[in-house]
Design a protein around this ligand. Structure first.
Ligand SMILES: *[C@@H]1O[C@H](CO)[C@@H](O)[C@H](O)[C@H]1NC(C)=O
Ligand SMILES: *[C@@H]1O[C@H](CO)[C@@H](O)[C@H](O)[C@H]1NC(C)=O
Ligand SMILES: *[C@@H]1O[C@H](CO)[C@@H](O)[C@H](O)[C@H]1NC(C)=O
Length: 253
């Protein structure tokens, strides 16, 4: 009886949340989206309040995907469910390139990204299902291949030799356009540590959409500030830390 009652409540609340078909509660007026790429070597520095939460498997050696986020203030579309089987074929790639480094079931991370961001992207061509949205994001990641770009330019992780932000931009501008943002976190020792690159894209996947475009400025800024990094300050040494698998939250102590 109790179980039936609980089921009944669940069904009712599901109906309450989803009165409309999937497309209805997601605004499709957005023009810009942000591809956020994350450096695993610094991600755990942002979580240092709980070091046991962060785990970097040894097969993670390159930049990873954080997310592909339409610049809307929507809450995403809970009415568009995603199932593990939607990602089954992509799972090996997603585990490598879009891992959750927090100790949790990885499907939960992907599901959150879909509900929060992907379902709002799904009104645009090329991203109109969970599978297509994840596929497209993987494709974009490959297109930019920033590991190779950085390696080729001699920008390599190091605990001791920081970079100038202007040098990083100079290397990345030709592939990411000149509107990308380089983001840092500050570690316990006060160092600015490179953690993320945000690449603005139009909905048709071309580069150059600006986050301050038109009246979207406020929305974009609030979305911007919701992620762990901040723009790396100019005229400050920027550390590009190596991945430390044993102590991911203190890679260079
Ligand atoms: C820290 O993370 C671990 C592993 O995820 C978790 O079990 C623990 O409850 C967390 N501790 C705090 C204080 O959040
Ligand atoms: C990391 O990226 C480089 C450059 O694109 C590539 O050659 C290498 O295979 C990648 N390694 C892993 C483990 O993904
Ligand atoms: C992509 O969209 C932007 C903005 O709508 C437009 O200016 C640009 O021409 C489009 N590019 C392509 C290749 O369709």
């Amino acid at each position: 009886m109790l179980i039936l009652a609980l089921l009944g409540v669940n069904v009712l609340s599901a109906e309450h949340v989803c009165p409309l078909s999937p497309k209805h509660n997601c605004p499709c007026s957005w023009e810009c989206m942000m591809l956020a790429l994350m450096w695993p070597g610094a991600f755990c520095v942002t979580l240092k309040y709980n070091s046991s939460a962060c785990i970097i498997p040894e097969y993670i050696q390159n930049w990873t995907i954080h997310g592909l986020w339409p610049m809307v203030n929507g809450k995403g579309c809970e009415c568009w469910p995603i199932f593990p089987s939607d990602l089954q074929e992509l799972e090996p790639e997603l585990s490598q390139l879009w891992p959750s480094l927090i100790n949790r079931e990885r499907f939960i991370f992907w599901r959150n990204e879909w509900i929060k961001h992907g379902s709002c992207a799904a009104c645009k061509e090329g991203m109109n299902s969970p599978t297509r949205y994840f596929q497209m994001t993987l494709k974009l990641y490959r297109r930019f291949n920033i590991d190779q770009v950085l390696n080729t330019a001699g920008i390599v992780p190091s605990c001791n030799n920081p970079y100038k932000i202007s040098d990083l931009h100079e290397v990345l501008d030709p592939v990411l356009g000149n509107k990308h943002e380089i983001q840092c976190v500050k570690d316990d020792a006060g160092r600015q540590v490179w953690v993320q690159v945000k690449i603005p894209l139009y909905h048709n996947f071309t580069l150059g959409c600006h986050r301050y475009d038109q009246e979207k400025i406020i929305v974009a800024q609030s979305l911007w500030s919701s992620s762990p990094g901040h723009p790396c300050p100019p005229n400050t040494p920027i550390f590009y830390f190596p991945i430390n698998y044993k102590e991911p939250d203190h890679p260079c102590d």
